[in-house]
Design a binder for this molecule. Structure first.
Ligand code: HEM
Length: 414
């Protein structure tokens, strides 16, 4: 036998890798599978019907390329016939994330100022107040060495309080939203059958009913919150329909809770796995931005983004035909060895770390400044309050690929 022949493994077919990525085991640890995909190149053509990008530059340019469309209604008509029967996608295609110009530009103009960096700086006292309250809540639950699941009790609770307060959602309504929001994000995963949207539809119907009601209450009795301000601006300026207002308020509610929940949980887990980096994060406020960026790069809350080619194009030498779906595996792009040294190493001190996780171009995350400020505040506060924080058993991940994150993260506060 030729030397080494038995150790050479055939390259797995891209379609096979995708299937394994979508299986429950793949979703638990997708990173080795991204490397199998990358072995086929930074752009992988799946039989001329779908393109996957695993490279950093290939993902980054697609986010800024006007010819790469987001999944709006017209795109969805071609990709997922029958979607109009499903309330999850009926609502999603009315929000800015799943819109293209001119609607996207109009929505972004309407909602942008409230989340611009300067506006967000004014929210700092509110963020600090909820950070302190959340850490105290964990202290109460963890008294007497009781195990605390940080996903609902720390990460979700804090994120939901911050956006809930900003949008004027009463405190008593925020906790119950976790299940609803979790259901909605399942509609973002690839599906084999339209019935797989049922869970997302149910969550979306409940959130739509709630948000319609919130808008009606704020219209009748305005407060100092953003929902009241958006309702007033809509009623005075008429740039949006009421449905578009509701759809985008729902997007804000979901986007500002689920991904931040996953970012915060991942930050805590990574801190517990890397005590030296955790010590720096605890003691040196200047370490926080690097820790946030590296968590976003290394274990992203959003793993993949979808685009569709608006016209035939030559993309990094690959011919992509009009209408071809292009999935940007941004979690793979974040580990592209052409862009990052030792990409599989968690190193919060890296310089020039610009993960793809908050997107880029026209759809760059509207809440990026708020997400960063919130994470930089609350996680170091938790670590300072509980220097003896430890994991209490294995954390688990949800069975989702696109919006991936912990289902549970049990700890003892020490
Ligand atoms: C760690 C936290 C977060 C992550 C990882 C994240 C990630 C993302 C990504 C990847 C996109 C763009 C998707 C695409 O290009 O197709 C996006 C868009 C968006 N995010 Fe975030 N996000 C986070 C926090 C937030 C927060 C706190 C808010 C609340 C204000 C928010 C609101 C939005 C909105 C409204 C959009 C749509 C922007 C547009 O389409 O123009 N996000 N986010």
């Amino acid at each position: 036998m030729a030397q080494g022949a038995s150790t050479v493994r055939a390259l797995a077919e891209p379609a096979d890798v995708m299937l394994r990525l979508l299986a429950p085991e793949g979703k638990q640890d997708p990173y080795p599978l991204y490397e199998e995909m990358r072995a086929h190149g930074p752009l992988v053509d799946l039989n001329g019907v779908h393109v996957f990008a695993t490279g950093y530059a290939e993902c980054a340019r697609a986010l800024r390329e006007p010819g790469m469309l987001s999944t709006d209604g017209a795109v969805q008509d071609r990709k997922m016939p029958g979607w109009r029967e499903h309330s999850s996608w009926r609502w999603l295609t009315r929000n800015m994330l799943f819109a293209n110009d001119p609607d996207h530009e109009r929505y972004r103009r309407f909602f942008g100022t409230a989340f611009a960096a300067r506006s967000v700086e004014a929210y700092r006292p509110l963020v600090e107040r909820f950070a302190a309250e959340t850490v105290e809540h964990v202290a109460v639950l963890g008294a007497g060495c009781a195990a605390v699941d940080l996903v609902p009790e720390f990460s979700f609770r804090f994120a939901a309080d911050v956006i809930g307060e900003l949008l004027g959602v009463p405190a008593g309504d925020r906790r119950a939203m976790r299940g609803i929001i979790g259901d909605i994000t399942t509609a973002l995963d690839p599906i084999g059958d339209l019935s797989e949207l049922d869970r997302g539809d149910g969550g979306m119907d409940r959130l739509a009913e709630y948000t319609h009601d919130l808008v009606a209450r704020r219209r009748a009795e305005p407060g100092a919150d953003l929902t009241s301000a958006f309702v007033r601006a809509r009623d005075e300026g008429g740039e949006l329909t009421d449905e578009e207002l509701v759809a985008n308020l729902m997007l804000l509610t979901v986007a500002a809770t689920e991904a931040p929940q996953d970012l915060l949980s991942n930050m805590v887990r990574l801190a517990l796995e890397h005590p030296a980096h955790a010590a720096r994060l605890r003691d040196d406020p200047s370490a926080a931005p690097g820790f946030v960026d590296e968590t976003l790069r290394f274990d992203p809350a959003v793993q993949a983004l979808n685009r569709v080619a608006a016209h035939d194009m030559d993309y990094f030498g690959m011919k992509i035909a009009e209408g071809t779906p292009v999935t940007l595996l941004i979690a793979a792009g974040n580990r592209d060895p052409r862009r990052f040294t030792d990409p599989a190493v968690f190193d919060p001190t890296r310089s020039d770390n610009q993960p793809l996780t908050l997107s880029g171009g026209a759809h760059y995350c509207l809440g990026a400044a708020l997400a960063r400020m919130s994470a930089e505040t609350v996680v170091p506060m938790l670590l300072r309050r509980f220097p003896g924080l430890e994991q209490a058993g294995r954390p688990t991940f949800r069975d989702q690929l696109v919006q991936r994150g912990h289902a549970t993260l049990p700890v003892v506060t020490g």
